[in-house]
Design a protein around this ligand. Structure first.
Ligand SMILES: [Zn+2]
Ligand SMILES: [Zn+2]
Length: 176
């Protein structure tokens, strides 16, 4: 007789789509950060993308990351503050690739699941893309405040998944 010890608990939609985003992120070849994103319309998966160099062009694993430093000026209590940021510009970010690979009509009213909180540039593009909801897992504090403000202005639901753990096969690692 075959007995099944326990039926595995069925995954909720958030977990289901974030798991897919994490599996997509494993295609990335940038050692600094592996990001995956998926486009979902009415529980249907309409696109997947990860951060990477344009197709047919050497990626970070072959040519090394292309690191730039940026300085952002902010005025806090009438005092100028400069924040330094380092990032790899060889790759097109996952969210931007997702926009390149999907049609506007499919994005209207859709949800994007992305492993990492979008940076300012990606958030700005997503805000103009027809997407109505963005769900992310890992925080990206450097741009968080202004991204949250932007999403509120646009009326886009912006939420972080709490109590979520990425699938083991994703081999998650982050260097910030
Ligand atoms: Zn890189
Ligand atoms: Zn980005």
């Amino acid at each position: 007789m075959v007995t099944i010890a326990h039926e595995q608990v069925r995954k909720d939609w958030d977990t289901y789509f974030m798991d897919i985003a994490y599996m997509v992120s494993t295609r990335s070849r940038c050692p600094r950060r592996h990001v995956g994103s998926v486009l979902v319309q009415g529980k249907k998966l309409l696109g997947t993308a990860y951060n990477g160099a344009p197709m047919g062009v050497s990626d970070c694993s072959e040519a090394g990351c292309m690191i730039v430093e940026e300085f952002e000026l902010k005025i806090v209590d009438d005092v100028e503050q400069v924040t330094k940021k380092q990032r790899c510009i060889r790759t097109i970010h996952a969210e931007q690739n997702l926009l390149l690979f999907t049609d506007r009509i499919d994005r209207e009213g859709s949800t994007v699941y992305v492993t990492d909180q979008p940076c300012w540039t990606c958030a700005n593009m997503l805000a103009n893309s027809g997407v109505r909801e963005i769900v992310f897992h890992r925080s990206y504090p450097k741009d968080s405040e202004k991204v949250i403000t932007l999403m509120a202005q646009k009326g886009i639901t912006f939420r972080q998944l709490d109590g979520y753990s990425p699938p083991e096969q994703a081999g998650v690692s982050v260097i910030s």
